[in-house]
Design a protein around this ligand. Structure first.
Ligand SMILES: *Cc1c(COP(=O)(O)O)cnc(C)c1O
Length: 230
């Protein structure tokens, strides 16, 4: 069933790319595996998927040693500074940086681990109080502040728009995120490339692709609804 779901998501990605005149390789599908058992991840792996996303460090720690080493793990959820160190030998990218303090901790741990961590800045696109992320006007100042830090590379922006039944509602937020990334890229800041736009989930990934997403984060459409009680 997971393999079938992946096939249908893949078809929808391809169709959205074609509508947008973009090559399929422009878009990375991140299979969001939070709350799902390792067996489900294994099925996705066997169906050819290699890029997985989790929103809790603890789940990455538990699942990482039980799955093949060629999986690329993305940390997509809110991150506590004391957990950052556990990502250094497990994650390829952190999508949820929204403070200088967190960026400094990532920098320090990455230097200690002898690596460079790719990071995205999370933007709170609709200014929702319940959400993490930076207001639009806070993004550029934070980039200037953290770009000189060693051990990190700022690769782009990420957002989670307000929940909606109508994917078209998300379009304005995706457009704004892309515009912001273009504005930032124009400034040619050292250690900052704006190649990555992480946006689009089960409900709106096709719209996100049309608006320039390079990474879509899809859970429910692949693995089914999540049960948070287990
Ligand atoms: C859970 C989650 C997703 C996936 O959401 P679905 O609607 O299940 O596709 C994407 N991004 C983030 C940050 C998430 O926490």
């Amino acid at each position: 069933m997971i393999a079938d779901n992946i096939r249908s998501v893949e078809e929808r990605i391809l169709a959205a790319c074609q509508r947008a005149g973009r090559p399929r390789e422009d878009v990375t599908l991140i299979c969001v595996t939070k709350t799902k058992p390792v067996e489900d991840l294994r099925q996705a792996y066997d169906a050819g998927q290699r890029v997985f996303g989790e929103n809790r460090v603890q789940e990455i720690i538990e699942k990482f040693p039980r799955l093949p080493e060629d999986i690329q793990w993305h940390m997509i959820g809110h991150l506590q500074r004391n957990k950052v160190k556990y990502l250094m030998d497990r994650a390829v990218m952190i999508h949820s940086v929204d403070s200088a303090a967190l960026a400094q901790t990532i920098s320090k741990e990455a230097v200690k681990a002898g690596r460079v961590m790719d990071i995205l800045l999370e933007v709170n696109a609709a200014g929702e109080e319940s959400k993490f992320g930076l207001g639009y006007d806070k993004v550029l100042p934070l980039i200037h502040e953290i770009a000189p830090l060693p051990g990190i590379h700022i690769c782009g922006l990420m957002t989670v728009p307000p929940y909606t039944e109508n994917p078209e509602t998300s379009r304005v937020y995706f457009k704004k995120l892309r515009e912001l990334s273009v504005d930032i890229a124009r400034q040619s800041i050292d250690n900052v490339s704006m190649h990555t736009l992480s946006m689009g989930m089960t409900g709106d990934f096709e719209v996100a692709i049309e608006e320039g997403a390079t990474h879509i984060r899809v859970g429910t459409a692949i693995f089914g609804a999540r049960n948070y009680d287990i």
